[in-house]
Design a protein around this ligand. Structure first.
Ligand code: FE2
Ligand code: FE2
Length: 286
């Protein structure tokens, strides 16, 4: 199938079935969660992923104030995307509860209100600036979305392997199918937008080179994002995954050859996350 317009991409997306369906939800063996061991070091990772998923809504609301969010095809995608991400967050929260980590019923409001005023004001300012650039910024939004979906997908894959927990694997497989559709939507629209005008390529490349960082850090705190990146990607295999499944893919986008920003930002997080881990270990023996 060739994609010549955003409508083609949306038609393709809308023809794809959801994976986290009511049937799927009723098939999860929640009562088995505690029958398997779970590495406690991955618990903060689960909380982080849950919170990143649930903040999608905030991001979506901001984006609707921009020409990208007002695009009829993109906004239609985003309505379904936003709902799916929220359900991913709810599933991870339920898993944590079943594992024995009780969460408040109002955890969702708690996450939203914990996001700092600085972050909100900063995001508001960026959105306002984006409006000045107009539609030429859509390629940047889309490539940003594509990278965030790719890295999130790889994070879930690594989490699945490291946790090796049958119930979590069942949940993450379904989530991953949806993340993969999100990646494809963003990537295809990004490609169309970047091909359309060289100025979009320049803008997108500049923004990724200078501002990309692992999703969620600026809203939820860098201590949490660095810890998560170090846990999931802080070994040779993790670095290889970032390079092959994210950076190499990104290289093929118009204007993105030789891009090193993702590997660089991931490495920075890994190093910072390892220091957190070492400090925790040190404080335990002091
Ligand atoms: Fe998600
Ligand atoms: Fe996603």
């Amino acid at each position: 199938m060739t994609f010549e317009s955003k409508k083609d991409v949306l038609d393709w997306y809308e023809a794809q079935p959801s994976s986290v369906t009511p049937e799927f939800l009723s098939s999860i063996n929640w009562h088995e969660v505690r029958q398997y061991p779970f590495d406690a070091r991955l618990v903060p990772v689960l909380f982080y992923m849950r919170d990143v998923e649930s903040l999608t809504d905030m991001y979506y609301r901001e984006l609707r104030r921009t020409p990208t969010g007002r695009d009829p095809h993109i906004s239609k995608f985003m309505a379904r995307w936003g709902e799916e991400e929220l359900v991913h967050g709810q599933l991870l929260d339920r898993f944590l509860n079943e594992l024995g980590y009780e969460t408040d019923e109002r955890w969702y409001e708690g996450v939203r209100s914990s996001v700092g005023r600085f972050y909100k004001a900063h995001t508001y300012a960026i959105t306002t600036l984006t409006n000045l650039v107009g539609r030429r910024f859509t390629g940047t939004h889309m490539i940003f979305g594509a990278i965030n979906e790719m890295t999130t997908g790889q994070a879930y894959r690594r989490l699945m392997e490291k946790a090796n927990h049958p119930v979590l694997t069942q949940i993450l497989r379904a989530i991953l199918r949806e993340e993969s559709l999100h990646t494809n939507f963003y990537s295809r629209v990004a490609r169309l937008e970047l091909e359309r005008q060289p100025i979009s390529q320049k803008l997108a490349r500049f923004v990724i080179d200078h501002f990309w960082e692992p999703v969620g850090g600026s809203a939820l705190g860098y201590v949490r994002s660095n810890y998560t990146i170090a846990q999931l990607f802080g070994d040779d295999e993790g670095r290889r995954v970032i390079d092959s499944a994210v950076s190499k893919r990104l290289n093929s986008f118009p204007g993105f050859s030789g891009v090193a920003a993702i590997n660089r930002a991931a490495e920075k997080s890994i190093q910072a996350g390892k220091i957190i881990h070492q400090m925790e270990a040190l404080s335990a023996v002091l």
